[in-house]
Design a protein around this ligand. Structure first.
Ligand SMILES: Cc1cc2nc3c(=O)[nH]c(=O)nc-3n(C[C@H](O)[C@H](O)[C@H](O)COP(=O)(O)O)c2cc1C
Length: 172
């Protein structure tokens, strides 16, 4: 056996490998920048937080450019992405200066809203918990819209997974 086969992964290595094995949906979180332009980033750390009041939890990197905008605005948008939204996911995961150029979007009050994602939620920022290099942002759902579409699934560092219906629901 080589030395490499005996190598013990670091704590961070175990953590990132473990998280790579957690399948998740992905969302684009958007906000208005202090100067008035829209901004946004891709997140996989998103889940339901509470039912009363209806709230979501997102974990945002404190070094991201969107974080400061999220702290400066009362509201933000959450767009759960569909199976055909891979290019949008990659765009919002990038460091592009104008991620909105060439996209169909509009202001929903102070929130930049992308067209045609399967789920859109307008959220009021209620709490922020900073710890380590990220912060948990709790948003209370003020409004939203749901349309048809399968989710985009992130698993093992790839965005191209497709969900299949459970066996009993499959057309024969
Ligand atoms: C699949 C995937 C999931 C991501 N999930 C998160 C996340 O949950 N939270 C986060 O802050 N950044 C996440 N990121 C990284 C941000 O999308 C990325 O840092 C982005 O460039 C930040 O943009 P900004 O600096 O313009 O705000 C993820 C990236 C990828 C590719």
């Amino acid at each position: 056996m080589t030395t490499q086969e005996h190598a013990v992964p670091s704590r961070t290595g175990v953590f990132t490998e473990a998280m790579a094995r957690l399948a998740s949906g992905v969302a684009v979180v958007t906000a208005r920048q202090p100067g008035g332009a829209p901004c946004g980033l891709l997140v996989s750390s998103i889940c339901s937080y509470s039912v009363r009041p209806p709230s979501v939890l997102v974990s945002i990197g404190r070094e991201s450019r969107s974080y400061r905008s999220l702290l400066g605005q009362a509201e933000f948008g959450v767009h759960l992405l569909g199976s055909g939204d891979g290019p949008i996911a990659r765009l919002f995961a990038s460091r592009s200066d104008d991620k909105f150029a060439g996209l169909h979007w509009a202001w929903d009050g102070s929130v930049p809203r992308l067209d045609a994602t399967p789920v859109y939620l307008r959220c009021v920022r209620r709490r922020v918990f900073e710890h380590g290099d990220h912060a948990i942002v709790i948003g209370e759902v003020a409004d939203g819209e749901i349309s048809h579409g399968e989710p985009l699934v992130y698993y093992r560092r790839a965005l191209d997974w497709r969900l299949e219906p459970p066996v009993q629901s499959r057309p024969r």
